[in-house]
Ligand binder design. Structure first.
Ligand code: CP3
Length: 371
């Protein structure tokens, strides 16, 4: 696989795992959400040969190849399993497809009868090819690179299941949650079982860290946020930690603003992934005690060059002196030039002289006179 320049191995065997465990790493580890996918010509080639999305997800050799593609090219510190949050919905028996140019299409779940047809029993047998891929990857990856498993959070999965397709505001899903909270709570309960089981199966197959994607958490107002995002996500994280206490859990509650604070003091949450709107100096103060991850705007990669350099340095400076994982604020966009990703990874991975936080302040921050 990737022949890494020596400096990448100088430090710890796995800088990403070290940071997620709260260690200050001599250089900042990096991986990118959606680092595998359509912006890579080698992915598009596989897609042309195997056009059904779920067929790609359920063929272990393809999953291994697609997962390794970005790591081979760019040498990130993490390899995220190529899969999708919706494989869990498929495994439960929800009719789901991912169509080119349209995204996910799901048979909308509207009543208790539809809910009763779903079953968590099929989960492990149905997703066995995914776990087989994880086992193969655990063997294939170089020692420096951390294998990341993932699942969708219950709210985000429920949002697709009720809405039936992607949406700007998920009206139908939010209406069902308000109008029939007991039914919605049963759906969320089933998804807590399914996603925690899916994460544990990935860990048992060799995943070394896991991320819970709550991509639509930002749509929920305060009380709904607590009920449908915070509590279910913590339930999943706690179940995983009870069985696998050493495996870091990263939570990505996209778009929740000050709601990020709800995850900062939770023993089951090791990493908190910030979307691009979160002010970093606020996060530095308010979200101490957890490893932060993020938060370059994926659009900056489309502008490229100096825009990426300036933003990258600003992010690295803002989180200097803290355990930190460099990532985007959301996934890599299909229009992204792979050369920009290459330059980004190189910039983050080059060894910078350790910054003394007492002497170094990000631009614009007032001097700190406290003892
Ligand atoms: O990050 C990675 O490289 C691993 C693979 C991965 C995919 N989906 C592959 C994929 C991951 C981690 C996901 C997560 C995912 N899937 C999320 C959470 C993260 C986020 O983006 O908010 C969500 C909401 C989904 C659901 C989903 N899957 C959508 C909305 C779409 C269509 C939008 C799009 O980008 O096309 C997908 C399809 C999908 N999942 C693709 C890939 C590579 C593109 C389809 C294709 O390759 O043909």
């Amino acid at each position: 696989l990737h022949k890494s320049p020596d400096h990448r191995n100088l430090v710890l065997p796995k800088p990403l795992l070290a940071a997620l465990r709260g260690e200050l790493t001599p250089r900042v580890p990096i991986w990118l959400m959606r680092q595998a996918g359509r912006y890579l010509p080698e992915y598009r080639e596989i897609r042309a040969r195997t056009p059904r999305f779920f067929e790609r997800c359920y063929t272990p050799e393809l999953v291994v190849e697609i997962t390794l593609q970005p790591v081979r090219r760019f040498g990130m510190d993490g390899a995220i399993l190529f899969s999708d949050i919706l494989v869990v919905v498929d495994a439960l028996g929800g009719e789901v497809e991912i169509l080119e140019g349209r995204g996910p299409v799901v048979e909308p779940l509207a009543d208790a009868r539809a809910l009763e047809r779903l079953s968590a029993e099929r989960l492990r047998p149905h997703l066995e090819p995914v776990y087989e891929a994880v086992r193969l990857l655990a063997r294939a990856l170089p020692e420096r690179i951390t294998l990341i498993g993932f699942a969708g959070a219950p709210w985000t999965l429920a949002a697709y299941m009720v809405e039936g397709e992607t949406s700007r505001d998920f009206h139908r899903a939010r209406r069902l949650a308000r109008a029939e909270p007991d039914l919605f709570a049963r759906l969320i309960g089933l998804l807590i079982d399914a996603t925690s089981d899916h994460l544990m199966a990935q860990i048992e197959a060799g995943a070394e860290a896991v991320q819970i994607f709550d991509s639509w958490a930002g749509l929920l107002p305060e009380t709904e946020f607590e009920r449908w995002c915070v509590r279910p996500v913590l339930a999943v994280a706690e179940r995983v930690k009870a069985r696998h206490p050493a495996v870091p859990v990263i939570v990505f509650p996209r778009g929740v603003g000050a709601g990020y604070r709800r995850f900062r003091d939770e023993p089951a949450v090791d990493g908190l992934s910030l979307d691009a709107t979160v002010p970093l100096l606020w996060a530095r103060e308010e979200l101490a005690g957890v490893c932060l991850q993020g938060n370059l705007d994926p659009i900056a990669l489309l502008a490229g060059g100096a825009v990426v350099e300036r933003e990258t340095d600003r992010i690295l400076d803002a989180l200097a002196g803290r355990p930190f994982v460099f990532n985007l604020g959301h996934g890599v966009l299909p229009e992204t030039d792979p050369a920009e990703v290459q330059a980004l990874v190189e910039r983050v991975q080059r060894l910078r002289p350790p910054i003394d936080p007492a002497r170094h302040r990000p631009a614009g921050e007032a001097p700190d006179d406290r003892p």
